[in-house]
Design a protein around this ligand. Structure first.
Ligand code: SAM
Length: 250
């Protein structure tokens, strides 16, 4: 059965004007929200696995039903792949989305990533790759603070490091994310995905079946460093005018 899905509707026509300001605000302040018990338990479970394991770590954040987690474990058989989602309901549907022939080592845990990422940074987990596939877009303009790059946890997400791959059906989300990374002097590429890719997740399959264009951001998260206020303002202006933040002269 073909699942239809409507394209994102937003009262934003382009990149949000406050992205650079949000990055600077949270880069300079400590995110002090207490960590939830269940997030700590999930972190400890994976931390114990890592103690007895020399495999590279791959995170699949916002993994939903974990279909992508199983897929990534098969693609990277030498790695430990960890899928994280806050929804017990979605994680509970995992078995139905796993192909029995798929190999590889992976674990799924329920945690709030606002906690989990901070704990992982403090523990200096060696993240080799980080997948963030179809995060909730929060397309209303007033909801910038709920998007990962507009949230207080953004510094932790960046400090985790690794090769980041994000996907979205809302290119503005990824362009904003690229701007946020550029404010920390990290280059990122955003490109449209081919229409005939093999879908890795249920949301990807649903959007593809509805003929929606899909987008991918890739970046190497290393040595973040906040740009000066004037450079950030210049980047924000270029991005808000629809320009490419990577083409700004140094
Ligand atoms: C749009 S769904 C995408 C799921 C999956 N990646 C896919 O493509 O099918 C976004 C997922 O992010 C999860 N999520 C949102 N906020 C989260 C948070 N703070 N911590 C953990 N998971 C979160 C939701 O539970 C949901 O499963």
């Amino acid at each position: 059965m073909k699942q239809e899905s409507r394209a994102i509707e937003s009262n934003q026509e382009g990149v949000h004007p406050d992205v650079a300001a949000a990055v600077a605000r949270y880069w300079h302040s400590e995110f002090q929200k207490p960590v939830a018990e269940h997030s700590l338990a999930a972190f400890r479970e994976i931390d114990a696995l890592l103690t007895n394991n020399s495999k590279p770590l791959i995170l699949d954040s916002c993994c939903g039903v974990g279909e992508s987690t199983a897929h990534l474990a098969a693609r990277y058989p030498d790695a430990l792949v960890v899928g994280v989602d806050k929804s017990a309901h979605r994680l509970g549907k995992h078995v139905a989305h796993r192909r029995p022939e798929q190999q590889g080592e992976y674990a799924l845990v329920r945690a709030d990533l606002n906690d989990f990422w901070r704990l992982a940074v403090t523990a200096q987990w060696p993240v080799q790759r980080h997948f963030l596939l179809y995060p909730n877009p929060w397309p209303k303009k007033k909801h910038l603070g709920r998007r990962w790059h507009g949230a207080p946890v953004f510094p932790a997400l960046v400090q985790l490091g690794g090769e980041l791959e994000m996907r979205s059906n809302w290119p503005i989300y990824l362009r904003e994310f690229a701007l946020a990374l550029a404010c920390l002097q990290i280059p990122a590429k955003v490109k449209e995905l081919a229409q005939d890719i093999e879908p890795m997740t249920p949301f990807e399959r649903k959007y593809q079946a509805s003929g929606q264009p899909l987008w991918q951001l890739s970046a190497t998260l290393q040595t973040p460093s906040l740009l000066s206020q004037s450079r950030r303002a210049a980047l924000q202006e270029v991005a808000s005018d629809g320009g490419n933040v990577l083409e700004l002269p140094a």
